[in-house]
Design a protein around this ligand. Sequence first.
Ligand SMILES: Nc1nc2c(c(=O)[nH]1)N[C@H]1C(S)=C(S)[C@@H](COP(=O)(O)OP(=O)(O)OC[C@H]3O[C@@H](n4cnc5c(=O)[nH]c(N)nc54)[C@H](O)[C@@H]3O)O[C@H]1N2
Ligand SMILES: Nc1nc2c(c(=O)[nH]1)N[C@H]1C(S)=C(S)[C@@H](COP(=O)(O)OP(=O)(O)OC[C@H]3O[C@@H](n4cnc5c(=O)[nH]c(N)nc54)[C@H](O)[C@@H]3O)O[C@H]1N2
Ligand SMILES: [Mo]
Length: 928
Amino acid sequence: MSNDHNSGQTIQFELDGHQVEGRAGETIWQVAKRQGTEIPHLCYSPEPEYRPDGNCRACMVEIEGERVLAASCKRTPSVGMKVKSASQRAVAAQKMVMELLVADQPARETSHDPDSKFWHWAEKTGVTESRFPATERWHADTSHPAMRVNLDACIQCGLCVRACREVQVNDVIGMAYRSHGSKIVFDFDDPMGESTCVACGECVQACPTGALMPAVMLDDKQTRVTWPDRKVDSLCPYCGVGCQVTYEVKDEKVIYAEGRDGPANHNRLCVKGRFGFDYIHHPNRLTKPLVRLPGVKKDANDQVDPANPYTHFREASWEEALDLAAAGLKKIRDEKGAKALAGFGSAKGSNEEAYLFQKLVRTGFGSNNVDHCTRLCHASSVAALFEGLSSGAVSAPFSAAADAEVIWVIGANPTVNHPVAATFIKNAAKRGAKLYVMDPRRQSLSRHATQHLAFKPGSDVAMLNAMIHTIITEGLTDEQYIAGYTEGYDELKAKIQEFTPERMSPICGIPAETLREVARAYARAKSSIIFWGMGISQHVHGTDNARCLIALALITGQVGRPGTGLHPLRGQNNVQGASDAGLIPMFLPDYQPVGRDDMRGAFEKLWGQELDPVRGLTVVEIMNAIHAGEIHGMYVEGENPAMSDPDLQHARQALAKLDHLVVQDLFVTETAFHADVILPASAFAEKSGSFTNTDRRVQLAREVIKPPGDARQDLWIIQEIAKRMGLPWNYAGPGEVFTEMAQLMPSLKNITWERLVREGAVTYPVDDPDKPGNEIIFTTGFPTESGRGKIVPAKVIPPDELPDDEYPMVLSTGRVLEHWHTGSMTRRAQVLDQIEPEAVAFMTPKDMRKKGLAPGDFIRLETRRGAVEVKVRADRDVPENMVFMPFCYAEAAANLLTNPALDPFGKIPEFKFCAVRAEKIDIRTAAE
Ligand SMILES: Nc1nc2c(c(=O)[nH]1)N[C@H]1C(S)=C(S)[C@@H](COP(=O)(O)OP(=O)(O)OC[C@H]3O[C@@H](n4cnc5c(=O)[nH]c(N)nc54)[C@H](O)[C@@H]3O)O[C@H]1N2
Ligand SMILES: Nc1nc2c(c(=O)[nH]1)N[C@H]1C(S)=C(S)[C@@H](COP(=O)(O)OP(=O)(O)OC[C@H]3O[C@@H](n4cnc5c(=O)[nH]c(N)nc54)[C@H](O)[C@@H]3O)O[C@H]1N2
Ligand SMILES: [Mo]
């Protein structure tokens, strides 16, 4: 292991009679631990390392010549110091601390966690009983669906306070009251379940006594009754952060998830990662293949009944289901041609699954009609990044925020969507980095920001161009960087002239002087980094938005160094990997264009057949092609377009129109409901494979439990379909697939399956089989032909559908913390669904007053494409004249309303803007 402690000075001192060496910054406790002596400790957490507080006094040591004992967790040694960790005085003090604390604890047998760190140390110090009387008992706080608070076990060590305020920076837990009444509180001493707690569970993970516990482990008497049979290291199935997780399994069920010290998360998790894993055990989980009942027509308006999802289907054997699935696809291919078929692969699946899926479409179906949710996600960002930098990946990991002087978060809401990444951004802001959040809607990160720019939705180019204008006219560019590493600057300089801050200010709604100030801060800082998300990409001018961000970084040289960079926060846990693996209609794996004969050749050779040199259709184009009678059959694996596509009525009609639809999922989703054959697949925890996070980090996920009933591994199912389409496949497992991928994908150079198994995580690109990967790229130019980054100017284009008299408000769609996309997983996760159980839309209180709406009233939202009825919630973060709606609720599907107009380059729909009318309705209407 590399050793980064040996910079700086070392200190010689004596510990328990031995000469030892302390490294710079190390405490006595840490040196002792390194020497093999673990000093008792309760309020100190070495792993994960929290700021030592020295309040519990369990780690007292004697220092020669000093009258009072010292807390070893906090005290750093000085040269020649003589420390005794096990002297009579030290041990007496340590024991006294334990005894005083044991007095107030519930007895071990009935304690909330007899296995806690507290009882571990009580046992080790030999103090499990106390001579002191116990004080009053506290009542259990059972108000939270996921966690229990039992203050009778609290020793006020403050680890939970540090967890909440310093590590996750959620600022919910505090210490309140004095002396005897002193205790930890949530907000203003609210019950946990009614506080602003976001349920990341960091406090539970940190608590040394069991005062904070996961609810699942306790019985009604608050006594621990559940212990795991085994623990398995894997990853979180949700977002692109790629947190490493240890799953606890009992009776072949996952009962708990704990953060591991992964390179992305350093033990941290969010509510979904920690408490959202149980969708895999939901009673509606598919356990048998299903085939459509004869005579049951497909109807776009037909809705799956969550209580009884199997109405249109009957169970079938795997043989029958696979034969039917493949025969239907084959028939269409043979009768109507290769291009009459299409496939959607999954960004929730592994790299190996994604690779096999696109290979199946390209070699078995015979066209490039393969795409996945990246098209609805960062397609425009990737289009701009490829055009400018010939690479679609991030230039630096999100942890680079730690080295940044200025951080921009634009069109992203990371505390909700990348919560663990957000903690590192908040840590950076606390450290003193200047944080600018730019979003029409305010968000909880705004509280930590130097400034929040609540500009008008859809006006990013105007705002960013004004900033580029400022940087150029005020001479804040990095001329040397421009000369050495970029091209197209002169054109930008000429074209930007018209975009003065004064002219752009009325368009974006931000004062000209503010635009200037923010631009100056970005350009002048030693290191500036930009994080962006769907607010940038999901517009008809999404590619232009991203072009502006790239131009900003290039003209200021804010890329390729520590603390700088361009980081489009990737959404799905494997959207980076699925894109890399070729689930894209214009690219073979590793973004090798299908039309490039020189590149296609290698694939044709290894795959043993000729490939189509013409790009395929994208997600929304495929839906249109079904309507146009060009596509007749589809295979959808791990996507739910009947909820996630724009203009759902249109998309559902398309799915219903298909002659043959095969869906491979965990549930009868809204998409599966239109299928001819449904194949029950493996959930994340039920398979092994590699997954690539937003940082370009390839990580290994391990099978935790077996799929339920007759459900099978995705990798196996894809292969069985392939075999039946005539492909001679026989991969033994993900390792063999990965090895083939590595032959065709330069990005995987020096990463082998064996290395992944050994190291767990490797970031690409990697220069050497024995070296770690490169976290920061573009350090000396770009992988373009000229080696330079291309600057592409952007014009101001309005959103496709502007509000008018008929539809006077703006509808913006997105996410909530507890739910995942189309809700298929999280609405079947008990804790998550309990926290956010029903469909809601958000409006500012001012607009609600204007419409005579009280919180909880129902509104009818109507656009040119459809209408939904939904409960309204007051939210001051939402700007005036906007309705914000998450798209996870089947009973009020936001995408019935959204506009399918596409960005011409990325082909991404404008999910973030359309015109809507909102009217109050009688609650009975909604209930009918
Ligand atoms: N809880 C949860 N987490 C998720 C997901 C989930 O479904 N649920 N999905 C994952 C996926 S796949 C993705 S892609 C990511 C997405 O993560 P984000 O990119 O954070 O996604 P959104 O919340 O859709 O949109 C981000 C922000 O864009 C803002 N916005 C709206 N219009 C504009 C505009 O015109 N300009 C600018 N600059 N901003 C605007 C919105 O107000 C919103 O705060 O999240 C991932 N994480
Ligand atoms: N209005 C609006 N619409 C949007 C967006 C928006 O911001 N606003 N955002 C867009 C974005 S960024 C994205 S990424 C898309 C996401 O769109 P989708 O990818 O369609 O959404 P998910 O709900 O993640 O769908 C994943 C499906 O895979 C299944 N699944 C999960 N794990 C596995 C597995 O291991 N194997 C198999 N076979 N199936 C599995 C789940 O049950 C679920 O049905 O939505 C887009 N749609
Ligand atoms: Mo996404």
